[in-house]
Every structure is written in C-alpha cells, then in structure tokens.
Design a protein around this ligand. Structure first.
Ligand code: SF4
Length: 283
C-alpha cells in the first residue's frame, strides 16, 4: 500500500532489491516534473508487455494497457496514431522486447514512431523463474539451460541504431540520477526514443558488482555523431567484461511516423474518410 502520488494501492510483489523499483521511481519523478512543467498526467499512457516489469501497469496510477507478450510497440503505435496528443510510454522486458517483440522493435525504429520504449533489461526471464533471454551471456545457467547457453547475446543498442532509431540510450538502475535524466530527455524527444536499462534481477541474475565496476559515462560525447554512437554501442557486447558506456549515445531529430503517415495521405479509409473520424465513430 502506498500513499505516494502516482503509485497505486496494488500490493507490490517484486522481490526485495529488484531493479524495477528504481525504474518505477525514476519514471515517477520524471512524470511529476513534466506535470509541473505543464504536461497533465492524463495525457500520458503506459503500455507494458508480460513479465515482472509489466506490473508497472498495476503499480502506477496512470492510464495503462497490459499488452500481450512482445506486443507493446504495435499497441503503442496504434494508440499514438489514434490519439496523437498522448505521450505514450512502453515498458518492456528484455525477453519481451528482444525475443517475442524483436520485429516490432526494428520497425518502430525504422518508422520513427513517436513513443518512448524503456526496456527493463535484466538479461533473464524473471517471472518464469530464470530462463535465458537474447541478452543473457554465453554460458548462462538457468532453468532452461542447466548446462549453460550455447548462444552469444546480441547487442540491442547497435541494432536500434542500425534500424534507423534517432534516440538511443543506456541507463543503469544503480545510477538513478542519470537514469532519471535520460528518461526525461527520452520523454521529451519527438520520435522513437529507446532506452535500454541495465536492471538488476536480485533473484535470478544479480550482477550488480560487475556493473558497478564496469559502467562509465563517456566524457564529451557528441550524441549527434552516428559513427561515434555506433562505436560506443559496440564497446560492450553484453557478454564480455565491459567497459559499459552509459548515457544518451545517439540523438537525431527527424520526421515522425504520424506526420509522414498524414502527409502521404495514408490517414484516410477506403472511401477517403479520415481515420480520426472513423475511430471517433467507432468509440
Ligand atoms: Fe525483480 Fe527478478 Fe524478482 Fe522479477 S524475479 S521481481 S525481475 S528480482
């Protein structure tokens, strides 16, 4: 139970020490700051996937939708097209975003859909008790791989930059002030803002000692440089012993999907009706 603004009365069942608490705290702080700066809370919508992270939809008192596994981004894209005035935030897990939902991630970056994607990347399926995900390290021993995985992880940051993403960042749940500032900038960015958050899973993959030792914030990084962003993104392959750069690695302004969609006449139905009018009719 909580009396804090924006936090619901739902019973919290995250494990003690879970990094989801830090992400929730950072999002809450950012939303309250944005509200004070003139963005009413009813204009934010939260879409979650399936996993421990998804309980954000229960624990926040905010307009929210539980999507099905891996489908935060299609739901968010539809919502943003139907209600362009909303600020749409997706919270997804690493299994959710990088396995079941990988194709949607690539296409959201390619299209530059105007939503913020926050990936709670604990590098394990926590809710289902510890199976490996696409960012688990080679040799990870879990419920589904007791002898260790034989797969190398892939790098979501370089993937999103290569797919055309214009805002690519990495945060860490034990670097809270920086995480908050990244999330605020991500929410203020017009276009697809992608934040991979290294999140501690206290129960199935607690690597906080390694992260604490390896993370760093690059000095005098120019996030407008794509080659420099790509080189920073590739500095850590989610497998080796770092170093792990944190912060906004890439930032570029470009037209967003909704604007292009309307400009190219795709906002009309089969008889030329406005999509907005059709949606209003069906409400
Ligand atoms: Fe958090 Fe891991 Fe527990 Fe899930 S299993 S609530 S991710 S610590």
């Amino acid at each position: 139970m909580s009396g804090e603004r924006l936090i619901s009365q739902a019973k919290n069942t995250w494990c003690p020490g879970c990094g989801n608490f830090a992400i929730q705290h950072a999002i809450r702080q950012v939303l309250l700051e944005l509200e004070a700066e003139g963005h009413p809370l009813h204009q934010f919508a939260l879409i979650t996937g399936i996993g421990c992270h998804a309980k954000m939809a229960d624990y926040f008192s905010l307009n929210s939708i539980y999507a099905i596994h891996g489908r935060t981004l299609p739901v968010a894209t539809g919502l943003k097209l139907a209600r362009p005035e909303l600020k749409v935030i997706c919270c997804a897990g690493d299994g959710d975003a990088y396995a079941e939902g990988l194709d949607h991630l690539i296409f959201a970056a390619k299209r530059n859909v105007d939503v913020t994607m926050i990936v709670h990347n604990n590098r394990v399926y926590g809710l289902t008790t510890g199976q490996y995900t696409p960012t688990s390290p080679l040799g990870f021993r879990g419920r589904s791989t007791p002898a260790g995985t034989s797969e190398r992880p892939f790098n979501p940051l370089s993937l999103v930059i290569a797919s055309g993403g214009g805002f690519v960042a990495r945060g860490y749940t034990r670097r809270l002030p920086q995480l908050k500032s990244i999330l605020k900038e991500a929410l203020q960015y017009r276009g697809f803002s992608f934040v991979d958050v290294l999140q501690i899973c206290a129960t199935f993959f607690d690597v906080h000692e390694a992260y604490d030792r390896l993370v760093y914030e690059p000095e005098s990084h120019d996030p407008s440089s794509r080659p420099r962003a790509m080189s920073l993104a590739e500095e850590w392959d989610y497998n080796s012993e770092g170093p792990i750069p944190l912060g906004i690695l890439y930032r570029k302004e470009m037209p967003v999907f909704g604007e292009r969609f309307v400009a190219m006449g795709s906002d009309t139905g089969p008889r030329g009706e406005s999509i907005q009018a059709l949606l209003r009719e069906r409400r």
